[in-house]
Design a protein. Sequence first.
Lengths: 384, 150
Amino acid sequence: MSRVGIIGIGHGVFGRRSDATVQELAFEAFRAAMEDAGIERGTIDASVIAAVPEYHKQRSVAGVVQEYLGLNPAPTWLTEVACASGSAAIRTAWMSIKAGVHDVVAVIGCQKMTELETAEILALMGRVGEVQWESNFGTTFPAYYAMFAKRHMHEFGTTREQLLQVAVKNHFYGAKNPMALFRKEITLEKALASEDVASPFQVYDCCANADGAACVILATEDKAKAMSAKPVWLDGMACATASMSVLRRPHLVGLPSAEKAGADAYAMAGVKPDDIDVADVHDCFTIAEIMAYEDLGFCKKGEGGPFVSDRQSYIGGKVAVNVDGGLKAKGHPIGATGVSMTYEIAKQLRGEAGDRQVPDATVGLTHNVGGIGQYCFVQVLRRD
Amino acid sequence: MFQWFGKVSFVPYTKVSEFARHLKDGRLTGSRCKKCGDTSFPPRADCGACMSGDFELVERNGKATLHTFTEIVAAPTGFEDVAPYTVGVADLDEGGRILAWIGDTISKDEIEIGMKLQVVPRIFEEVEEIKVYYSLEKPGTTWGVAPPPS
């Protein structure tokens, strides 16, 4: 089986980007990836755009992005699976290359979330759950993960401090990432003093909406070897789903979609959890990162709390997790997030991550979750 | 009449809309497949086991155990006036799970995972239109039940 390689990566600054439209954000990441790859636009056979449509005033955003990037008349299409849209875009680009349809494909994840009024955000927030049987009781995005956290605390004795250690770690590394929304370290005391959101969560348990874009350029094995001195290979590409409704899940202390996608990605790449040097996981809430450690086999079920408080997910621990700041400190422009994860892992495997570099990283992983776990995409990446 | 169900209704039309009428009359119902007998809560029109579309709504006893909960402080549109409120997910004795508010028979400091509960049909009485829901209450909590439709 031939491989698919990453030949270029680019990333814009995440934050409240009131200076730019969504296509301008996309261009920042695209230009950086093109310069990184050292190619011209005529080399790009197609693009895949990841964005969640309901946040944009512009309908069908792929069209305006494709035009602004100067890629017409090359094909483009949009992928949407909530917060996992970025990884879904990479997956469809990878599929199109594996199928022999295209040789070089640009994937651009872009999202402008701050165009909406607060009232519109609050209305959207009230419809993240299953709307027939759950949203009519006023559930919110944090509320679902808060309920996962409560159950995890009940079953395994996970503590508030352990949950917030995830935020402390991710802010520690976010301070070292020039692309991050929050570039400041925080203390546990500060996190514990923040406002209540949905018990047990406070503000510092939650990631923040942001604007931003990231881009990766993929190519066939032959072209990647010819065009890049340091290709990073997408060797494990898996995707799985779980019920939309929490009323139909086998358990609420992890994401069944992540367990399945993780196992499938490891099998496809021929690696084990112990082989992973660096990972970007979907820490939309503190409990989400703890469940990810467990779902991906970095530790046993129920041991995710001690895993972070024992610093096993710091650089120098068992596996370095979210050393770009994660969603928590980097910000979460939902369409861009999955692409940003792949960007970070490629950067780590190329040894170019600067202050946050994991020494001698050779195998990396991304874990990108949509919604409350309806969708999960796991990638295993490797350098030669 | 499914728009009766919930403080805010996002789903006015469904094949299981009779659920809301039963709830108004004081009955909690789930679905049962007429072909294979598989039951579901929440109810569904199309059998998840055998794919048959032939179903009936059958009464549930509403006995449940609290699986998890959260007190929501930051409320979405349409729920600001009732915040903070506590939402629980409970395992039903007769199978399936339910998500609902924890009602006023249970005080905040009494709430704990594993506690026994009774699902109670409710009507919002302060609004003119028909608005029904259910809440999670202490076992033994009673409510008025209308006679079955003739």
